[in-house]
Design a binder for this molecule. Structure first.
Ligand SMILES: [Zn+2]
Ligand SMILES: [Zn+2]
Length: 337
């Protein structure tokens, strides 16, 4: 056991037979990162947290504390840096293979350069949202420090969903739950009904939908997929969900129902905003999130735009509002006639 400057007994928490939660507090709205370790024949880590030298010390210290010096594999829920930025380093140290959905490969392997390219592409869509491009550039400028939290991580092989993967003494089923990202995976232990839910299902927050730009398979938002992915979980007998942030969820069906209701309410607020004459993504975002304008440029602007876009697109696809673009500008209008 390694002794160091961290109190591992307060970070590493048993949550089942040979299953541990590494609960790392952070000074951020997300409050913490949850990693999970399944011990046994094939020691497995689910998610790693972002790249940071101190965090690397904490995670390797926690693994040592659990008596783990090598890992069979690291399972990644999705390609956001707070879940996989450290994966390459931990794989290097522990000899683990790294698995994630194929659709997450580009981001995981591309690291910083790929992410910077994504920011650039997203900034170019600002005029379509009726949002000043220069300001969206400032938003991404403010997010530049995040790029230090990613190290490229080659995948050993990729998943599609449906695979059964040995983990500790258990077997986990990869469930493809797209929406928050295109290749988000939850991992499900069927015998005990344990779901490792990443950012797809959390206890007190709902995740932001992915913006697909350029469009992916004709979609520009992941919100429709996200809602379908929530419905999909109803088919599984889940006794407890272990999310990427926040505490475990005991009443899983209730939480899924609550999240679906949350989006229905937001759809209604979005429809009302359009009826009142707000027609661009940004105008609707301001109605949904009145606290955002007036803030200095930061990620909240981007999150508000993505939320508004997602709900507008769902309403338009359902025939509840109309879309009439003016050149590059997306415009959403009440139905006439
Ligand atoms: Zn995420
Ligand atoms: Zn996250």
């Amino acid at each position: 056991m390694r002794s160091g400057r961290f109190d591992y007994s307060s970070i590493v928490k048993p949550i089942g037979d040979n299953i541990y939660n590494i609960d790392i507090p952070i000074p951020h709205d997300l409050k913490n990162f949850n990693l999970y370790v399944l011990l046994g024949k094939e020691p497995t880590l689910i998610d790693t947290g972002p790249y940071h030298p101190t965090l690397e010390e904490v995670v390797t210290g926690c693994l040592n504390y659990l008596g783990v010096d090598s890992l069979s594999r690291i399972l990644i829920t999705h390609s956001h840096m707070d879940h996989c930025g450290l994966a390459g380093r931990i794989a290097h140290i522990t000899g683990a293979e790294v698995l994630a959905h194929e659709l997450e490969r580009e981001r995981m392997e591309g690291g910083r350069e790929h992410m910077a390219g994504e920011y650039e592409r997203y900034a170019s869509i600002a005029p379509s949202f009726g949002f000043p491009e220069e300001m969206l550039r400032q938003v991404f400028e403010s997010m530049q420090p995040w790029l230090d939290l990613i190290k490229p991580c080659p995948l050993s092989s990729s998943l599609q969903g449906g695979e059964l993967i040995p983990a500790g003494d258990y077997e986990l089923e990869a469930i493809h739950t797209p929406g928050h990202t295109a290749g988000h995976l939850c991992y499900f232990e069927r015998k005990r009904g344990l779901l490792f839910s990443g950012d797809h299902l959390m206890r007190s927050i709902t995740p932001n939908p992915e913006l697909y730009w350029p469009p992916r398979d004709g979609r520009i938002t992941g919100l429709g997929q996200f809602i379908e992915s929530l419905q999909l979980l109803k088919d599984y007998e889940i006794s407890r969900a272990f999310p990427g942030h926040g505490r475990a969820i005991k009443q899983v069906a209730r939480r899924i129902g609550f999240n679906l209701l949350h989006h229905e309410r937001r759809l209604e607020s979005t429809r009302e905003a359009v009826m009142e004459g707000n027609s661009t993504v940004w105008e609707v975002a301001v109605k949904l999130f009145p606290q955002v304008p007036g803030q200095p440029p930061g990620v909240d602007y981007f999150l508000a735009l993505k939320e508004a876009l997602g709900h507008l697109v769902i309403l338009e696809e359902a025939g509840a509002i109309a879309r009439k673009d003016e050149r590059d500008l997306f415009r959403f209008l009440p139905l006439t006639g």
